[in-house]
Design a protein around this ligand. Structure first.
Ligand code: NDP
Length: 367
């Protein structure tokens, strides 16, 4: 089919985003009749003949970052506030180093003030807590991120709960978790990975998932549980599964939306998927592959992409799916925090003073 193939180097090479014609939606029966069309897609140097729309997280994140950059510049121009992000890491974990470097680089690209505190692996709890106290009080910092995992001698819970809730752009503070669980997302920080997943699902389905079944594999505090809260808020019927779930494939086969956040390479198979389902692969697994007699490390998700992309309606690749969106949502949260400090309503761009003034004149006009 002309116009339905594409190739742009390693990573994601084909996309049809904003595909509103999702054929499973129960409220739009006319759209049921359009089955997914087979397409050739290229992911990480491999070619797949798939039926699924490839959800290009990298392109979506770039689009989001461009709009964040624009809003950050406007915020600085109008209010003199530059969003500030502090990234704190402890130790030499190679994956954490890559993640923190990427976050700092993206923050700079968005025009943010960005600082990175890389503490030695043997840093004491007191040292980490003292740094957080300093950052909590620093008016130039609107978002603080502590890169996990922390070395074993540090109390992860105490440290994440020591970030001021109003600067907790990772959404790990109990105050933010509570607000999200209560469905009060307007002034809460939502954890970046589920927030990014949600945006990609909304791109496919719109904002209301009434009548749709969502299944999440994994019940972690940073992905599975907040993902469930977001899906529930969008009216999906939500099932959270985990390592003690019986008949996991059977449960997944009921999912119109399937989110895999497990940490087990290629666990989700094609026969687990309801035809046309949206599949979001959160997993990041490093596996060894042999290529031309050499053993190499390759990133792979929790979903067997080759099999699942033949059955699903839309699917995220790994890499190039959830990962870039997570970083973009971190920037979105940091911008939102800076806007709150500048007293600007996130939706209208109106400061609270202006809002009060407008309400007063509206009230006067009605008397
Ligand atoms: P956790 O290890 O905290 O949680 C894994 C979950 O998977 C647990 O709830 C566990 O169940 C469940 N699980 C494990 N084995 C099975 C099984 N055989 N069947 C069903 N469920 C199982 O992981 P995270 O949530 O932190 O991360 C999950 C994956 O997502 C990892 O690969 C991680 O690297 C990736 N990730 C990616 C991000 C991104 O930006 N793309 C961000 C965050 C994570 P139980 O609770 O019973 O043990």
């Amino acid at each position: 089919m002309p116009g339905m193939r594409g190739s742009v180097g390693p990573g994601t090479m084909f996309t049809r985003r904003h595909n509103r014609g999702y054929y499973l939606h129960p409220d739009r029966p006319l759209l049921f009749s359009r089955p997914p069309v087979p397409v050739v897609i290229h992911v990480q140097g491999s070619i797949f003949v798939a039926h699924a729309t490839l959800i290009d997280g990298k392109a979506r994140a770039a689009e989001l970052s461009a709009s964040i950059t624009e809003s950050a510049a406007e915020l600085f121009e109008t209010h003199g506030v530059r969003p500030g992000l502090a990234v704190v890491s402890v130790g030499d974990d190679p994956a954490s180093k890559i993640y923190t470097r990427n976050k700092k680089r993206t923050a700079e690209t968005c025009g943010f003030y960005s600082v990175q505190h890389a503490l030695a692996a043997d840093s004491s709890q007191e040292t980490v807590l003292a740094l957080l106290t300093e950052l909590n009080a620093d008016p130039a910092i609107h978002g603080i991120l502590v890169q996990l995992p922390l070395p074993d001698h540090l109390d992860e819970q105490l440290i994440t709960q020591s970030v001021a809730p109003e600067k907790d752009v990772d959404g790990f503070h109990f105050q933010n978790i509570g607000k999200l669980t209560a469905g009060q997302t307007e002034d809460a920080f939502v954890p970046c990975t589920p927030a990014g997943c949600m945006l990609m699902i909304e791109d496919q389905l719109g904002k209301d998932f009434s009548g749709l079944n969502a299944v999440i594999i994994g019940r972690s505090n940073i992905v599975g549980k907040p993902m469930a809260s977001l899906l529930l808020k969008a009216n999906a019927t939500v099932t959270i599964t985990h390592s003690r779930t019986s008949d996991l494939p059977g449960v997944c086969r009921n999912a119109d939306i399937l989110v895999a956040a497990v940490g087990r390479p290629n666990m989700v198979k094609g026969e687990w998927i309801k035809p046309g389902a949206i599949v979001i692969d959160v997993g990041i697994n490093r596996i060894q592959v042999s290529e031309g007699g050499e053993t190499k490390t390759k990133l792979t998700g929790d979903v067997d992409f080759d099999e699942v992309s033949k059955v699903a309606g839309a699917i995220t690749p790994v890499p190039g799916g959830v990962g870039p969106m997570t970083i973009a949502m971190l920037m979105a949260n940091t911008l939102a925090s800076a806007r709150r400090v500048a007293n600007i309503s996130e939706l209208t761009g109106e400061s609270s003073e202006d809002r009060e003034r407008r309400k007063f004149s509206d009230d006067l006009a009605q008397t």
